[in-house]
Design a binder for this molecule. Structure first.
Ligand SMILES: Nc1ncnc2c1ncn2[C@@H]1O[C@H](COP(=O)(O)OP(=O)(O)OP(=O)(O)O)[C@@H](O)[C@H]1O
Length: 569
């Protein structure tokens, strides 16, 4: 692209000389002899370089400079003078003149000025373009972004934060902590904390609510901004609205289960939210629930949803081992530590380093083991059996029990200090009998599982089976339901599991200890086709449901013996 220059000088010889110099360098040059003429030209055209004499007739080039800068603050203006003086030079530079040249002017001088002017203009334009791009990105970002200076004064925010947090232009420059945005102000508090220690902070999914506004789920990330010397010069907060994402996740969890845990019941939904909140917190968690409620699944979810997911998840059933074996299993032993220890063994705590250890049935450990465990929890270090050297580990502990540990503490069989260490956060899984609304979903889940396992289709359970399931008290919880369905799936000759396929002791259990009143029909011996048709008033689909067979089977049977239908009508 051709560069352009405007020369403003009332001396024709200087005009001609400068024009010649610049044209030789490839500039397109225009000339003006008066300030008025120059102003007329500038109304219509922009120039890469303007060279003006300070004295043009009776007019002053300094006024022209002021005028040019008011039109375009980036214009590159060089002033020339035959009578250099400090005052005018200082004034010219103060007003933004690019250069101040004294006559006589050499070719080299003017060319060097022209080249520097072009270079500087290009730099300014480039930096403006970058700034404009950054501004566009900043403003169009869907996350709210706000910046504070080193004194925690609000210096910039984008449109998304205006929409979600309600910041207004008149709040710019105000101390962030003094801004009343009608909310809890967590992000402004985080900005202050980041400014004080220069450490990045993240908060995942907190509830953010403006007065009378809807509840939003927001994740906040606040980072320090450093100057060239590495000193904290400000901080930037990014607020991501995850409300839609969270409700979408909840819908998916409702349909597909959460990390393999099935359940739509409100208590289960609350538990998923708690698991989410606890996944990235490194605190010890105590999982409480009756046997078979899914404590191990919950512990695994806590591990797999969190930052340790790529590290080991190590399970130990504390009730399955004698005290000595458990000690050796957890902490390892050196060779010859005890009779039979023919080789050294690495303990589970060491195997879990960086990850999570799941201590199941924690309520069953001996007082000596309680003591040792307490030390690991307090100091994250232990000695293998037979070794006096300590091993330091970084392990998150998740413990589970179906016992009432508080009661054990009261009875003096469980250390209170260990109990409080373990019970930092407690997750309680409700028994299946308290969330019967989840039974159909669990049935569907296990039928799919056993269809895959036994490689044959299992589409449903009969209505009577479901009725029994809904009335059973499920002392063995989900595990009992799983085993009952597995038994039935093995015996079932068709795709629909019927009462006949259920284990006899299950039927007796429901009969003798029904949770609620169970309709007699559920305990009846399997109906014959005639009986089912009679009960269903001749409705074949209903009869098929009662029998737990397909409608095609009913039609086939009726073709074989059409008189069956007569009795039912
Ligand atoms: N909500 C659930 N969704 C799907 N499967 C489940 C659920 N709860 C439990 N199960 C299944 O039930 C069985 C028992 O679960 P788990 O071993 O986690 O229970 P637990 O409470 O740890 O039992 P225990 O106290 O006897 O150790 C497992 O096969 C597990 O996959």
């Amino acid at each position: 692209m051709i560069s352009s220059a405007l020369i403003v000088d009332d001396e024709q010889s200087i005009q001609r000389l400068l024009k010649m110099f610049l044209e030789r360098e490839g500039f397109a040059v225009r000339c003006a002899s008066t300030i008025g003429e120059a102003e007329e030209i500038l109304k219509a055209e922009k120039f890469d370089l303007i060279i003006a004499d300070i004295f043009i007739g009776k007019s002053n080039g300094i006024d022209l400079l002021r005028h040019i800068k008011s039109l375009d603050k980036n214009a590159q203006v060089a002033l020339i003078t035959g009578l250099p003086d400090v005052e005018s030079a200082a004034e010219a530079l103060r007003l933004g003149a690019f250069d101040y040249l004294t006559k006589p002017i050499s070719f080299h001088q003017i060319i060097s000025t022209a080249q520097r002017a072009l270079y500087s203009k290009r730099l300014i334009e480039e930096s403006e373009r970058k700034q404009a791009n950054l501004d566009a990105i900043f403003q169009s970002a869907s996350d709210g972004i706000m910046l504070v200076d080193s004194n925690n004064r609000l210096i910039q925010f984008n449109e998304a934060s205006m929409r979600s947090c309600g910041y207004t232009a008149d709040q710019l420059g105000m101390p962030a902590l003094s801004i009343k945005a009608g909310c809890g102000g967590t992000c402004r508090q985080m900005l202050a904390e980041v400014l004080s220690d220069g450490t990045q902070r993240n908060l995942r999914r907190l509830e953010c609510r403006k007065i009378n506004g809807p509840k939003r789920i927001i994740s906040i990330s606040v980072s320090p901004v450093f100057d060239k010397s590495g000193t904290v010069d400000g901080a930037v907060a990014i607020m991501r609205d995850e409300t839609e994402l969270v409700s979408l996740e909840k819908r998916v969890h409702r349909q597909n289960g959460y990390s393999g845990i099935m359940g739509q019941n409100a208590a289960m939904q609350r538990m998923y939210t708690l698991i989410e909140a606890l996944s990235d917190v490194q605190t010890t968690v105590l999982v409480n629930g009756e046997s078979g409620t899914g404590k191990e699944l919950v512990a695994a979810a806590l591990h797999h949803q969190g930052v340790r997911r790529d590290k080991p998840f190590v399970k130990v059933n504390c009730a399955a081992l004698s005290e000595h074996l458990l000690e050796s299993e957890l902490f390892g032993h050196v060779r010859g530590a005890y009779t039979g220890a023919v080789s050294a063994q690495v303990g589970r705590f060491q195997k879990a380093d960086g990850g999570t250890i799941f201590l199941d049935e924690i309520g069953d450990i001996s007082p000596a083991m309680q003591m040792r465990l307490l030390r690991v929890l307090q100091e994250q270090e232990f000695e293998p059996v037979g070794d006096s050297n300590s091993i330091k580990v970084d392990v998150r502990v998740i413990a589970a029990t179906n016992q009432d540990l508080a009661e054990k503490v009261r009875l003096g069989t469980f250390r209170s200090d260990l109990y409080y260490r373990l019970n930092v956060v407690r997750l309680i899984i409700p028994p299946l009998k308290d969330r019967r609304d989840d039974i159909p979903l669990l049935v569907e889940h296990f039928l799919e599982k056993f269809s895959r396992k036994f490689k044959r289709p299992l589409s449903a359970v009969s209505r009577d089976v479901l009725e029994l399931f809904m009335h059973h008290s499920w002392p063995g919880n989900v595990r009992e339901l799983e085993h009952t369905l597995e038994h039935a799936a093995i015996l079932c000759p068709s795709t629909v599991l019927s009462v006949e396929d259920l284990p006899q002791d299950f039927i007796s259990a429901v009969r003798h200890h029904p949770h609620d009143e169970v309709p007699d029909s559920a305990f009846e011996k399997q109906l014959t086709l005639a009986e089912a048709l009679e009960k269903a008033g001749g409705n074949k689909a209903k009869a098929a449901r009662l029998l737990g067979v397909s409608r095609c089977t009913i039609y086939r049977k009726l073709q074989e013996d059409p008189t069956l239908l007569d009795n039912s009508l």
